[in-house]
Design a protein around this ligand. Sequence first.
Ligand code: URA
Length: 439
Amino acid sequence: VTVSPVDLRNVVAAKRDGKTLAPADIEAFVRAYVRGDASDALVASFLMAALLNGLDDTETLVLTTAMIESGRTVSFDALERPTVDKHSTGGVADGVTLVFAPLAAAMGLAVAKLSGRGLGHTGGTLDKLESIPGLRTDLTPEQIQRQVAEVGCAVAAQTADLVPADGAMYALRDATATVPSVPLIAASIMSKKLAVDTDLILLDVKAGSGAFMKTPEEARGLAAACRRLARDKGRACRVAVTDMSQPLGDSVGNALDIAEAIGILRGETRGRLRDLTVWFAGRASEALLDRAFDEACDLAARALDDGSALERFRAMVRAQGGDPAVADDPSSVLPAAPTVLRLLSDRTGWLASTSAEAIGLAAGTLGAGRARKGDPIDPSVGIVVHPKIGDRLEAGQDIGEIHARDEASAEVAATEVLAALDIAGSRVEAPPMVHEWME
Ligand code: URA
C-alpha cells in the first residue's frame, strides 16, 4: 500500500486527538519514515502526540514489530554457549554493558547486543565504545554472529540493516524532547532486543534522577511494558529495577567511561558500577548456566580480578577494529581533553542527593552529548565526580575533575556539578543498589 503524506498527517491527527491507531497506520508510518517518505517534522509530531496521549499495549506491540521488520534479524542457531543480551534503559555513568559483555563471555556465556547512543541527559554505550580509536559498531548480522562465536561478545549498533527504524527515531527523539515515554522507550529498547535472538534478555530498568523514569513505580511500569513485549514475542526476559538516583560510576563522558570500565576490568576499581555488573553477571549465570546466584557472583568477581574478563574485552575491541592496547594503557590510547580542572567541594557535610540528570546535562554541554540530530560528539570531554550519597565531604576536598575543551566551559560545568550536589548536616543512608528483581 502506498500512503500519501496527507494520510500520515491524519495518523498524527488521530493520535493528537487521543484516538487508538489501526495497526496498518502505525506500520505505514514506520515504513514511510525508513524509506525517507515522511519528514522529520511529521514524525516528530507523531512522537510528541504518542508521548502526550500514550500508546496502548497493542499499538506498542505493532510499533515494535514494525521497527523490527524495518531491517534484518540475527540468530545464533549453531552456537553451543547460551546467549544473553543485557540492556539498560539509560542512565548517567552507567557503564555496566561495557564490563558485563566481556565478563559474561569470560564466564562461559555469549553476549550479543545492539546498544544505543547518548539520549537526552544519558550516555550511550556506542558513543563510549567509539571513543576507542578505530573501533566500529556498524557490524553486519554476519559479523555479529562470527564475532560472538569467536570472541564470546559483540556490542553493535542499529544500522541500515538492523532495526533502522529505531536508528532514525532514536536520533529524532533525542533532538525533539520526545524521549521520556514508556511506550516509545519500550518499543525502542525491545525492537533492538527482539531483533537479536538470544536465550535471555536481561533488562536493567533505571529509576531516579539520572533515569528517564524518576521513581521505582514509574520504572516498574516501563519494566512491565518491556516484559509484555518479550512475552508476546515468546522470549525469556528478566528485569531488575535499579537505582539511578546518582551517577552509577564516577565518570560521565565517553572516553572517561571507557577508562573507568577498563579500571574495573583490570580488577583495580571498586564501587557500585563494579558491584552492579557483578550482580547482573550473577543473574545471567544463574539463569543460563544453572549456577547458584552467590557462587555465580563470586565467579564474576574472580573473572574481573584474574584478568580473564579484561582479556575478552581486548579481544572484542580487536575484533571490532579498535586499538587493543587500550586495555593495557587507556590513557595513551584514548583521546584526552586539553583542559582538566580539579573539582573541589564547596561545602562540608554528608552528600544527601545528587541530580544525576543535571550532571548528565552538564557533560552534554561540555560536548559529550548532542544538541541536534546527527551532531558530532567530543569523546574526550566529561565529568568525573567521586562522592556517592552518604559520603562525608569537607569544603575544599578534591571530589573529581572536569575534562573540557577550554577553561570557560570547564568553569561552567564545575558550577553546575556543585549545584547538583545536595549536602546535608547529618548522616544520610546510601540508597539500595537494586530496588526489585523480576524473574
Ligand atoms: N535506550 C534505548 O535503546 N531506547 C530508549 O528509548 C531509551 C533507552
